[in-house]
Structures are given as C-alpha cells and as structure tokens.
Design a protein around this ligand. Structure first.
Ligand SMILES: C[S@@+](CC[C@H](N)C(=O)[O-])C[C@H]1O[C@@H](n2cnc3c(N)ncnc32)[C@H](O)[C@@H]1O
Length: 332
C-alpha cells in the first residue's frame, strides 16, 4: 500500500523525462545509431556530461532507450513512436498532454475556484506552440490508428457529402477521402487549426475534395445539406446544453436518412483501464480546456441524440481510447 502511494508521488518523473527527451530532440538525434554519453553531450551542447548520463540512464530505465556498455540506442518504443519523420510519430500528442503541466501544478487552487487554465494563459508555452502541439497531437492520433478505425468501423460506401464539424487539422476527413473516393468534405473550425489543416490537406492532395470553412460551428450557416456529419473530439469540450444544441443543428444540416458520427472520449464502461482513463480525462478536460467540459456517459449522449430526433443509435466499440457512436436522421 505504501508502495502504491510512493508510485503515485513520483509518477511525474516519468512524464517530465519523456517531455524533456522530446524537447531535446533526443530520439531524432539517435535515430538508428548507438551513441556514447560524450557524443550525445556534444550534440546537445550540454554543459555537464554527468548530468546527461544520469538523464540517459533514466530514459533507459523507462524503456525509451537501451544501453549496451557505454552506448545508448533508441528502444523499439522510441523507434516506432518517437521518430518525428515517421507517420507513426506520437510525440506531438505527448507534448500537447504535458503542455498542461502548469495547470495540474495548481490543481488544489483550481479544485476550489472551479476555473480552467490554458497553457498559454500561464505563459508555460506560447499560444502558437499550444495550438501547434494540440492540433498536430490530434493528427498523431489519426495517423497511428484512429483514422483507420473510423473508416473501418463506420461504413460510408453510400455517402457523398460529409460535414466535419470542429474538424481540426482535417486528419479524419483526409482518412475518409483516402478510403472513400466519392466523398467530398466541408470542414468547419477556427482560424488556428485551419492554418495547419490547409497545409495537411494540400500535402495529401485533397484540396479539390476538402473545403475549409472558418466559422463558429454553433453559428455557422451552410447553404447545402449533407448525408454525413462527423463530430470528433467535440462533445468532450462542451456542456450538455451545447451538445444538445449542436445535435439539433446537425439534424438540420443532414438530409433525411443522413448519418451522424460522434467520436470522442465517452464513458462506455469497457473495463477498469478505461474507467481510470475516463475519470482522469473528465478532470483534465475541465481543468485544461473549460469548466463546462466533461467525459460524458455514452447512455446520456445516446439520450441527447434521440431527443434531437435521430434513430438507430449505435455504440461502436473500437480498440483505442476513443469511442464511436452513430445515429440516423429518419426518412429516405
Ligand atoms: C479536440 S479537437 C478535435 C479536432 C478533430 N475533430 C479531431 O478529432 O482530431 C476540437 C476541435 O474543435 C474546434 N472547435 C471548438 N469549438 C469550436 C467552435 N465553436 N467552432 C468551430 N470549431 C470549434 C477546435 O478548434 C478543435 O479543432
């Protein structure tokens, strides 16, 4: 029991080590090579080789590096997920999650006053850096499995016009366009995410199929009707009232027979590990985004969807942290 307490007390050491190694570009520096502490110290232009050695040893005990004699290498974990030039890169998401460090350091204060604090509000990172890590982090998630899940678990074979509300970097829209050549997409989001989306959509070669619309998704007026609306990572950021309102707008955006897809952190009771993550996520969202946010129960979201007029509500369990729910607008 005492060990459990101790482990909780020092768990931030792990997170800090990962963050520092990414910031120092250590995994990229090593690549496929084996390097000594002296070589790494020189490359990092660090002042104290003993300090660098201690740091490398911590990376090693955490399984981020391996050590053979006096040489360090990337572990399989770091080679697979922490090489910035690979499509399996997960480091932006790790930076995004640890950008909220300062906010968690004030947890006691925030529990009492009920407010949220974004990383740039305390000056922990700049606003530009915050958006870049946040959005590229979401993109890491798409490229490391969630994009494939979405197109595999939701059949869009007979769909042609999709609206991606709060589409961020456009990662899911790109995955959908790759899997379904007949689909055209409109993405609605704010200026900063769309700045990144513009580049990624161009790089993917989908400028003709994906249109970016800068607007507030709660107020946007759209002059066409869609057969699919995707909302990914939206419900977790909003209050019940806002989620109910966006479902009502979605109902209006859809043609009869249209499909709404909600992909999010939702509490669907898939076991102990998931319960832990949902409980942590629920607080994280409230502290680090907005007090009205929350990791909502799937059954509550299901009832909001039905109240908006949708039928055929389905929960689709996927083998990742996110959950998927779909429903249909009656008719056709
Ligand atoms: C968690 S991110 C999800 C991004 C993307 N859908 C994904 O799953 O990767 C939430 C997105 O919602 C956008 N968003 C939040 N409130 C919005 C609003 N009122 N109007 C438009 N976009 C909004 C944010 O800018 C952000 O890109």
């Amino acid at each position: 029991m005492r060990e459990q307490l101790h482990a909780i007390g020092i768990s931030y050491w792990r997170s800090a080590t990962l963050r520092a190694a990414i910031k120092l570009d250590l995994f990229h520096l090593l690549g496929e090579r084996a390097m000594t502490c002296e070589q790494i110290t020189r490359q990092l232009e660090a002042k104290n080789p003993r300090r660098v050695g201690s740091f490398l040893d911590v990376c090693t005990v955490l399984g981020l590096l391996t050590r053979n004699g006096d040489r360090y290498r990337n572990s399989e974990l770091a080679l697979t997920w922490l090489q910035p030039d690979r499509s399996t890169y997960y480091g932006d998401l790790m930076m995004h999650l640890t950008n909220h460090w300062n906010t968690w350091a004030k947890l006691d204060e925030l529990v009492i006053n009920g407010s949220a604090e974004l990383p740039f509000e305390s000056g922990f990172v700049s606003e530009r850096q915050y958006w870049s890590d946040y959005m590229l982090g979401q993109h890491n998630r798409v490229l490391t499995g969630q994009g494939d899940n979405l197109v595999q678990y939701v059949d869009l074979t007979d769909k042609y016009v999709l609206l991606d509300l709060g589409g961020g970097t456009g990662g899911y829209s790109i995955a959908i366009c790759q899997a379904y050549p007949q689909i055209q997409v409109d993405i609605v989001d704010q200026a900063e995410p769309l700045r990144i989306a513009r580049r990624l959509v161009k790089d993917a070669g989908f400028e003709a199929r994906i249109t970016l619309i800068e607007a507030d998704m709660h107020k946007v007026r759209l002059d066409k009707q869609y057969d699919t609306v995707l909302m990914s990572g939206i419900f977790v950021l909003q209050s019940e009232a806002e989620n109910r309102q966006i479902l009502q707008s979605t109902f209006d955006f859809l043609r009869p027979g249209g499909l709404v897809i909600i992909q999010d952190y939702l509490r669907l009771e898939y076991g102990k590990e998931r319960h832990y993550l949902d409980t942590m996520m629920n607080l994280f969202m409230q502290l680090c985004f907005t007090p009205k946010a929350g990791d909502w129960h799937g059954r509550d979201v299901g009832s909001w969807i039905r109240d908006a007029g949708f039928t055929d509500v389905r929960e689709i369990p996927v083998p990742t942290h996110l959950a998927i729910m779909t429903a249909k607008k009656p008719g056709a």
